[in-house]
Design a protein around this ligand. Structure first.
Ligand SMILES: NC(=O)N[C@H]1NC(=O)NC1=O
Length: 175
């Protein structure tokens, strides 16, 4: 994805903006569509904060819905090569494409337990965690309440989103 300056971002019409930022929150074009109206953004941080505010303002069911738009880590879509480009890279960076058979069956089992308990998938920023930290995090977070996990999941969505935005928007003014 070509880098855009914040000035260039501020010139995008809503269709262009949704096309470019439509997956900064995984499979959730609505987030991009909603924040477009907050233009102009002063800088990347302002854009990040606006999306974070949008996510925080969602009611419980909306937050759960955002989490449900995320694919399982090393799950069915990953095995079938059907993840979004962003998610494919992120899961690879955590080493989730290099799991042993044992690690894969542990992760699959824990993911399933998590979904049965909470009704949405386990979400963690794969670019900031290696496979061991993901397996530990999943084991720990399974002990939480649904409210705690909705909030923890949304915090991870924000981290994923910030890193995706950094890939799109340059923080330097173009010469
Ligand atoms: N389930 C889950 O955490 N999915 C994601 N995490 C991440 O960094 N990218 C994803 O798609």
């Amino acid at each position: 994805m070509a880098s855009l300056t914040i000035a260039e971002v501020n010139k995008l019409d809503s269709e262009e903006f949704i096309e470019i930022f439509g997956n900064v929150v995984e499979n959730c074009k609505l987030a991009a569509a909603a924040v477009w109206s907050h233009k102009p953004f002063q800088d990347v941080d302002h854009l990040n904060q606006t999306i974070a505010d949008f996510l925080d303002a969602l009611p419980q069911k909306g937050k759960e819905g955002v989490l449900r738009c995320h694919p399982d880590l090393a799950g069915r879509l990953a095995q079938a090569g059907q993840l979004t480009a962003e998610s494919t890279q992120e899961q690879r960076s955590a080493g989730l494409d290099q799991l042993t058979q044992d690690e894969l069956s542990t992760l699959t089992d824990l993911n399933q337990q998590y979904k049965v308990k909470f009704g949405f998938p386990f979400v963690i920023c794969a670019r900031l965690n290696k496979k061991a930290a993901i397996l530990n995090g999943l084991t720990e977070r399974l002990k939480h309440s649904a409210e705690e996990e909705t909030l923890a999941g949304v915090e991870e969505v924000k981290k994923i989103c910030q890193l995706r935005i950094v890939d799109i928007v340059t923080s330097e003014a173009k010469l």
